[in-house]
Design a protein around this ligand. Sequence first.
Ligand code: AMP
Length: 192
Amino acid sequence: MRLVLLGAPGSGKGTQATRLREHLQVPHITTGGMLRAAVDAGTPLGLVVGPIMKAGNLVSDELMLGVLEERFAQPDTRNGFILDGYPRNLSQANALDVLLVRIGQPMDLAVQLEVDQELLVDRLAGRAKAEGRADDSPEAVRNRLRVYEEQTAPVVDHYRTQGKLAHLDGVGSLDDVFTRILEAISPYADVG
Ligand code: AMP
């Protein structure tokens, strides 16, 4: 199954993707996680993207496409994947369509987790305490939510137009949301 999770920062994409990986036995491709690993390792990519991430801005489309192409070149993606954190704007959505068609793995479904702005702010503040992520400072959080509204929200329509969107309520317990996702993907999943 080839799946992309859409939702604002704090909507629970990462947590649900981790569970889905276990359930579907396909890799969880998280561009934010890959970039954080590059920053921690001090690679040339990490040095470039570190300050951009810290401010809550988007890394350039060109750099991101390179990261993604490299990841999709690995054989573990051949039986499907859960993509989390990409695409972040329409140009990335179009680039992803082209890439996936080229490798013969078009997207099955985009799952959008909808969560109220107020709850997002609360969740991100909680996570800032628990995890100490560099981009969970109040200013960076405000910026990330604005960037989401301006650039990433239109990606939802991209998948709706293609008839590939499942729009889900992202509020509730982790189990409740997971159950909703499993229901939405059941027509496409080999497992469950
Ligand atoms: P995330 O963990 O998905 O919230 O990503 C954390 C940060 O990594 C974002 O705020 C961006 O700075 C950067 N990032 C992750 N994915 C992308 C992407 N697809 N395009 C541009 N920047 C990204």
